[in-house]
Design a protein around this ligand. Structure first.
Ligand code: URA
Length: 217
């Protein structure tokens, strides 16, 4: 089922602005991946991380979420420190680096101009996130990086944004159905801007990941 869904994502033409941006990038950067970036990590993982969208010269270039992006340097550094990875992260798809019990995806799978997807693009892409979550049968914790990812996950789970407010460090208990409950953990995005302005420090982010590690024990 997940293979179908990845194929579907590759052929997606829902967002005309993002499709034409990909076309332009195929001309300007023929060596880049320039396609919807598929998720990274095993589908049977207990832990899902949701970012915003691929960076032009990072995930859009390498074809793996957060790979080659500044935000990925921070994310993978902390995940590695807390034992969620195997191998050495070399910022390229064939670096033999892998995730342990963790999967990473984005609220929007195609690189948006200036890193800013529109509301409509976020909605258009939500079905992929929804399918992703539905297919993660062992899912226990979702870490969202930033408010847009937080709202995209709530939409995918058909939950109200007024009930579950985004705030760095918030942990929400969400009943998906009568049998399944997941934890939604909020963090500021690991973007260069947030790190440079100290809105998010490495230490703050590490505390979040450490708490998740404890919850997954
Ligand atoms: N790269 C990604 O894949 N996602 C982000 O949110 C940022 C950079």
């Amino acid at each position: 089922m997940i293979e179908n869904f990845e194929l579907l994502s590759k052929k997606c033409e829902k967002c005309s602005r993002l499709c034409s941006f990909l076309e332009t990038n195929r001309k300007n950067f023929p060596d880049y991946f320039n396609n919807p970036v598929p998720s990274f990590g095993e589908i049977d993982s207990e832990f899902l991380i949701v970012g915003l969208a691929p960076g032009l010269n990072g995930a859009n270039k390498t074809g793996r979420p957060f790979t080659g992006d500044y935000a990925g340097d921070i994310l993978y550094n902390v995940l590695t420190k807390q034992g969620f990875t195997k191998g050495t992260y070399l910022a390229k798809k064939d670096d033999n680096f892998s995730l342990i019990n963790t999967r990473i995806t984005n609220a929007v799978r195609c690189v948006p101009p200036e890193n800013k997807p529109t509301g409509e693009e976020i909605k258009n892409c939500n079905n992929y996130l929804k399918k992703e979550i539905e297919n993660m049968c062992n899912l226990k914790v979702i870490l969202v990086l930033g408010r847009i990812a937080h709202e995209a996950v709530l939409r995918a789970l058909e939950q109200s944004t007024s009930k579950f407010k985004f705030e760095h460090g918030n942990i929400h208990l969400i009943n998906i159905n009568s049998k399944k409950t997941i934890l939604l953990v909020d963090s500021y995005h690991t973007s260069r801007y947030n790190i440079n302005t100290k809105r998010l420090t490495l230490d703050m982010f590490e505390q979040i990941v450490l708490q998740i590690k404890e919850k997954l024990k």
